[in-house]
Each structure stands twice: as C-alpha cells, then as structure tokens.
Design a protein around this ligand. Sequence first.
Ligand code: GUN
Length: 278
Amino acid sequence: MALIIDGKKISAEIKDELKEKVAQLKTSGVEITLAVIQVGNDPASSVYVGNKKKACEYIGIKSLAYELPESTTQEDLLSLIIKLNQDVSVNGILVQLPLPKHIDEDLVIKTIDPSKDVDGFHPQSVGALSIGQKGFLSCTPAGIIQLLKRSNISIEGKECVIIGRSNIVGKPMALLMLRENATVTICHSRTKNLAEVCKRADILIVAIGKPRFVTKEYVKDGAVVIDVGIHRNENNKLCGDVDYDDVVDKVSAITPVPGGVGPMTIAMLMNNCVESVL
Ligand code: GUN
C-alpha cells in the first residue's frame, strides 16, 4: 500500500510551529509584516492571495494588502516596491505572479530588496541557493523537501528525476535535491525517451503543467512520486500532472492533488516570513 503524503496535515504542523515562534518573537517585541501585492484580478491569483492573507492571520503575521488595478503602470508598481523596500516596518514583499503583459516580471522581481524576497525569486536568492549560501528558498521546492523529510523518506544517494525546468519550481528543486545529496536529472520538453528516464527515478517530481501526463509507464516500482501540477479535469474536478489512479498501486509514496504539494507552498512562505526577522 502506498503512503499517501498528507500535505494538508504536514503544512498544518509547520504553521502551528511557526505560530508558536511568532508568539515568542512578539514577547520580545518583534512583529512580522508581509506586504502582498496583486495587480489585476485574475481569479486564481485572488484565491492564492486570499489564502496567503489567511495564513498570515492564523500565524500572527501582519499582512498589508495592495490590490492594484490591471491598468497599473510598471513605473507605479516599481515605486511601490521601492517604498516598501525602504519601509523598515515591512519584513517581506510578495508580488503575486503572473503580472499583466505590459509589466516586466523580471524587472519587478529584481527590484525587491533580496532581504525581503520571501518568495525566493530574486536572482540573488536563486544564486545563493546555487552556490550553497544562505538566502530565501523558493517556497514550492522547499515545501517538497519538507514533505519528504517529515514523511521519513530519505533523499541522500537517491536517483531524483524532475520533469520541468521553470525558475520557480524545476530549477530550484534540482538545486535543493542536490543539496540533500540526491543524484539529480532535470527533464524537459526536448528530453528524449522521457518515460525511460523517469523510470530510473527513486523520487520522481513532476512539474510539467499537463493534466495526468505521468502514467505507470513513467514510474519505477516502489518510486516516490511528487505531483506539483494542479488542473481542473473535464468533470471540473481537481487533478495533477500525474495520473494518480494509474500509478498509485505501483508507488511507495505519492502526493495527492489537492492536499499534497499545494498547501506546502504557503506554509513555506510563512516560514520565509519568520526567517526574515531572524
Ligand atoms: N504565482 C504562482 N505561484 C506563485 C508563488 O509562489 N508566488 C508568487 N508571488 N506568485 C505565484
């Protein structure tokens, strides 16, 4: 029987640990403030931003909401970020992505002070990770490491295959698994014999962005499968990048969708907010 990795429960544990830490910090006069910026009203972004605010409230972090219209100019957004960079009462700055097309996302991320980059997207944060120095970790990959560790799944020496090379998930995931002493392969749209490569994996991490793409032909017997995808299927039900029903009898552990990786991203964002004052 496969272990169904309960991301909801593990994220709740992490949030409770953080809540306690935040309460302790408060007794020594330290308050944490996160600025959350959303441009436009993409419904998915609104849900994510709402969940981030709720998590802040639960843990005891003050959140400042900046809900800017779709028509906001790049200049105005950058000015707001610069103002928040200079505001010593603000510890973390989060700009919800994606941004409207007329705004240069890379420039926006680069403008955030790396010491407040709780998303871990700034080139300095990514660079620090790549050379083993301290910096904010990208939340989804950091959450996946926590899922593995808190499920007692050892990483050291394991064959880890990652499908997807995005800056937010695939690349930082590879660096984190390498830091944990896994042997890491990154696959992408031009990878030849993808199923064969994936079948080598002790730990298969899937962030390809295609619903139910990974079937049992991609999975070794007893592998651990981590599903980063989230989609709505033809019946309006949530599903991941992995065909869960097809692979579940073959794996030793798997994350469900929903309730696997998803809740971990926010828990790790909260963790980064706490780290920003330590
Ligand atoms: N859009 C999708 N995922 C994320 C995330 O983790 N952080 C931000 N800022 N935007 C996102």
